[in-house]
Design a protein around this ligand. Structure first.
Ligand SMILES: [Zn+2]
Ligand SMILES: [Zn+2]
Length: 426
């Protein structure tokens, strides 16, 4: 799946502590290189059978103390988006850091401390998440911690917080889970819904009763740095009924279980692409409460980024580096042309072919290839075929995009199982 392995670099440092140093805070210097995603630090005290040594542990970066665990831990990690309790996540500045050893008790013979530092470089990979989830902060029944636990069990990396016209969720979500929460709000009007992503307090006043108020609300959220997604535009109950000329970034073409209003959204999106518009398609489950059909990660939005942080994820989505699949283990689509991928604009002069790889397929799946000329090809997955590779000429095409359709016995019909964003050509 194009997933690159993060291969950490390991450094082992030793420090002998004499009894005279008891009561001091000693520093073991290490250097964090450029483009580091995470450091893992481990301390071992060789007391040679002498239990009298008590060495506390902490760390400082070039500017400040980044964490302290006293005698409670012998290891910790810090990354941009997460850290061991007691340690601060955040920027990973390049330069001189130090492991802090608090020599609380040192035996007369002293002791040797071995510090192991592991550096994991930033590496682009496919992150998976659900951009549209509700909670008790609006009309959902899940707490934020319950949402995190379910998403984690589902194998997701991130969740978008999109409670209706509320922002309290953005101040209340747990930081100590494996799930990265993207702050947001579903701006909910009587004539359509928009997800606002990336800021804690997207709008001061959600009440929109005319286009002028809509424009002014979106201006406010833009100034704060939010990305705007047009949600379920063709939903039969809560579709878009305002004018279509307004400021937004992405369109949610896949909301919850596959159904006719999602197909209408994809058809509309295809028309926009044919007109030459480069509009990013996203998905979201719109989960509110336990439901056999509406579940976290159904669909899953896959995002190719190098860090699981709010700006990292949102900037990657904005580049169109996005693929949707019906579930985290659903089929997966890759499209490449030279060094370009989905969302990119590839210069026709450099490359003549686009290559496709569809993985996690199963017998009976149908792979549909679309371009600005409409549907170009339909390929059937044969028995025992869990992968499909193909390539086509890009002459006179402005984009290619791919869909995978699968027969679902539960639904007794063939439904969308994966959908890629387009790869574009000049
Ligand atoms: Zn909605
Ligand atoms: Zn919603």
């Amino acid at each position: 799946m194009g997933k690159l392995i993060n291969r950490p670099k390991v450094e082992v440092l030793k420090r002998i502590i004499q009894q005279e140093e008891q009561g001091q805070y000693l520093e073991v210097i290490f250097h964090v290189p450029d483009n580091t995603e995470q450091i893992n630090v481990k301390m071992e005290v060789n007391s040679e059978g002498n239990a009298a040594n008590i060495i506390d542990l902490g760390v400082k970066d070039p500017f400040r103390i980044r964490g302290w665990s006293g005698g409670a831990r012998t290891e910790f990690f810090i990354s941009k988006s997460k850290a061991t309790p007691g340690y601060l996540q955040g920027e990973m500045p390049v330069g001189e850091w130090a492991v802090l050893l608090g020599s609380y008790r040192v035996a007369p013979v002293g002791c040797e401390v071995t510090v192991t530092v592991e550096y994991t470089p930033l590496t682009s990979r496919w992150l998976k998440g659900d951009l549209h989830v509700h909670s008790v902060h609006s009309d959902g029944t899940y707490t934020l911690r319950e949402n995190a636990a379910i998403a984690e069990a589902t194998g997701l990396d991130f969740l978008g917080l999109t409670d209706h016209n509320a922002s309290s969720q953005n101040y209340a979500y747990p930081r100590d889970t494996a799930i990265h929460f993207i702050p947001g709000m579903e701006l909910t009007t009587n004539k359509g819904h928009l997800n606002l992503f990336g800021v804690d307090d997207p709008v001061k006043d959600f009440r929109i009763t005319n286009m002028e108020e809509l424009h002014s609300c979106l201006r406010e959220t833009r100034e704060k740095g939010a990305y705007i997604s047009l949600n379920h535009p063709h939903c039969r109950n809560t579709g878009w009924e305002w004018e279509w000329e307004f400021d937004y970034d992405w369109v949610e073409v896949w909301n919850g279980p596959w159904r006719a209003d999602n197909q209408d959204a994809v058809d509309w999106w295809q028309e926009q692409l044919v007109k030459g518009r480069r509009l990013v398609a996203v998905g979201g489950s719109d989960t509110h409460r336990p439901n056999p059909h509406v579940k976290h990660g159904m669909p899953t939005t896959w995002v190719y980024g190098n860090e699981c942080t709010t700006p990292g994820i949102l900037e990657a989505i904005h580049k169109g580096h996005v693929v949707l699949s019906y579930a985290p283990n659903g089929p997966f689509i890759e499209l490449n042309c030279g060094t370009s991928m989905v969302g990119d604009v590839c210069s026709e002069r450099e490359q003549e072919e686009v290559t496709m790889k569809v993985s996690h397929t199963q017998y009976g799946d149908v792979v549909k290839i679309y371009s600005n000329k409409g549907i170009e090809q339909e390929l059937l997955i044969e028995e025992g075929q869990d992968m499909l590779e193909a390539s086509w000429d890009i002459a006179s095409r402005s984009f290619y995009r791919v869909e995978v359709w699968r027969y679902f016995h539960e639904a007794k019909s063939r439904l969308m199982a994966a959908l890629s964003n387009p790869i574009y050509f000049r």
